[in-house]
Design a protein around this ligand. Structure first.
Ligand code: SF4
Ligand code: SF4
Length: 83
């Protein structure tokens, strides 16, 4: 992961294997900003951090409690203003 990625990302999954086991992947359907997409070939969750609205829904609906949030320096409101 590059430095750029680290600066821009504030959402991540703790255990990618859990996402493979996760049957309905509720984070994908419940996120209002379509941040998540399942990559079938890679068998991994794609996370479009820059779209995130900080609503917190994904953390609530994940059956594996699989999200970790890294709070960007300076707090919310600026880190996803690009793109
Ligand atoms: S709901 Fe949780 S475990 Fe399921 S795909 Fe999303 S992040 Fe992974
Ligand atoms: S906090 Fe809300 S907008 Fe951001 S990824 Fe989670 S469900 Fe989507």
């Amino acid at each position: 992961m590059s430095n750029d990625d680290e600066e821009n990302s504030h959402l991540g999954v703790i255990d990618p294997e859990a996402c493979i086991r996760c049957e309905r992947k509720p984070c994908i359907s419940k996120c209002p900003a379509e941040v998540y997409r399942w990559l079938e070939n890679e068998q991994e969750l794609e996370i479009a951090y820059e779209n995130c609205l900080e609503c917190g829904t994904c953390r609530v609906v994940c059956p594996y409690d699989n999200f970790e949030w890294e709070y960007p320096r300076g707090g919310f409101g600026v880190a996803y203003k690009f793109g």
